[in-house]
Design a protein around this ligand. Structure first.
Ligand code: ARG
Length: 405
């Protein structure tokens, strides 16, 4: 590690108004020179342009980090294995990228010998907690700065500050939303959406078609999984990043994947949230379905409890908490047999499963039949008993008692 320089700060730069103002503000108020970092977790646009903008505003350095693969493997796949949906609806789009960005910031700080990192969050949301906890977990010696919590500027004041410091501002009248997007989906907040009764306007969405414009014919898409990971879509094997993009595009074109909810934020605020995450929701639907086919009952039921804890912990900024390591290990263990295919049908805003198969299927597992002991000599039952180290008869008896047969 390079020697630490307390005058250098690594900033999670988005290119928007607040983090642009921050570059000038950190210099003016704290005498800090900024290393601006643009993290690409998918769906990022104009990165090179934004990098130049940071330099023009006065950043000492500005770098782009392509973290798409890391995001897909280390954050999205574990969330998919856990079928993670906060409050049973939200696939953790922003909650998954914050720990990734924290990790990148800490790595850059170490390389550059910076003594502090900064993020652009205000005091109202969850993202500040995710950054604060994430950075602290990875390196408690780094100072965490959150200028937007400190400076007390309204949006208008920030615009004025920008103007007086020669910072270009893209005027937001036509785009009244605060949008956070990555490979796993898009979060759309603010402006007209703050009224929970107001229907979201079409301009909030960019991946999902309005249902009225979705194709008149259903679309079929088969997803293949291997040990819990999606490996092929529509019969074509591809990388996780490409696969998510493909499912996203197909599901979105059929108008599937919009979420409109009132969410309980960690900071004690209820907020109206609009998301579009067609790929994430379609993959969770398919993955769950395959689990229903291959996971034994007790494991399946307990996993749902663990899934909820996983989603809550990730949502609340605990990605690097030891609890999360243990939950991830549990999830991975459950995925060993989650191999097979699920057929999805998309039509006019809906996604329905209409077929599933697996070499590890526990379906027609004897117990549903009245065939007596013979039923238990079925291959799948045999395999199940071997898996659990149970003699077939003992297991069968136990199931009959438990299951009330
Ligand atoms: N409510 C969501 C969450 O807490 C989305 C946050 C989106 N962040 C943003 N800066 N627009 O994860």
């Amino acid at each position: 590690m390079t020697k630490t320089d307390s005058r250098r700060v690594v900033l999670a730069y988005s290119g928007g108004l607040d983090t642009s103002v921050m570059i000038a503000w950190l210099k003016e108020k704290h005498g800090l020179e900024t290393i601006a970092v643009l993290v690409d977790a998918g769906r990022a646009r104009n990165l090179e342009e934004l990098r130049k903008k940071a330099l023009a505003i006065g950043a000492a350095e500005a770098i782009v980090v392509d973290a798409k693969e890391e995001f897909a493997h280390d954050f999205v796949l574990p969330a998919l294995m856990a079928n993670a949906l906060y409050e049973e609806k939200y696939p953790l789009v922003s909650a998954l990228s914050r720990p990734l960005i924290s990790k990148v910031l800490v790595e850059v700080a170490h390389k550059a010998g910076a003594g502090a990192v900064a993020h652009g969050c205000t005091a109202k949301g969850n993202d500040q907690v995710r950054f604060d906890l994430g950075i602290r977990a990875l390196d408690p010696s780094l100072k965490v700065l959150a200028p937007a919590r400190e400076w007390g500027m309204t949006r208008e004041e920030a615009v004025t500050y920008a103007a007086s410091h020669g910072i270009p501002v893209a005027l937001t009248k036509s785009a009244p939303y605060s949008i956070d997007e990555n490979l796993w989906g898009r979060a759309i907040e603010c402006g007209p959406l703050e009224d929970p009764w107001a229907a979201p306007a079409e301009d909030a969405f960019s991946v999902t078609a309005p249902v009225a414009e979705a194709p008149a014919q259903p679309g079929i898409l088969e997803i293949e999984f291997e040990a819990g990971e999606p490996v092929a879509a529509g019969g074509e094997e591809m990388t996780t990043v490409d696969l998510i993009k493909k499912v996203d595009t197909i599901a979105g074109a059929h108008g599937f994947g919009r979420i409109d909810m009132v969410e309980n934020r960690l900071v004690g605020i209820k907020s109206r949230e609009v998301y579009e995450a067609p790929g994430a929701l379609a993959l969770v639907t398919a993955h769950r379905e395959l689990e229903d086919l291959v996971l034994p009952r007790e494991l399946s039921h307990f996993k749902r409890i663990a899934e909820q804890k996983f989603a809550d912990t990730a949502y609340n900024g605990g990605w690097f908490d030891p609890l999360m390591d243990a939950l991830r290990a549990f999830m991975e263990e459950t995925q060993l047999r989650v191999t097979g295919s699920v057929r999805l049908q998309f039509f006019k805003g809906a996604c329905r499963v209409n077929g599933r198969k697996s070499p590890n299927s526990l379906y027609d597992f004897g117990l549903a039949t009245y065939g007596g002991e013979d039923a238990f000599s079925h291959g799948a039952a045999q395999g199940f008993c071997e898996l659990y180290g149970l003699p077939l008869k003992v297991w069968a008896k136990k199931q009959m008692v438990d299951g009330g047969y």
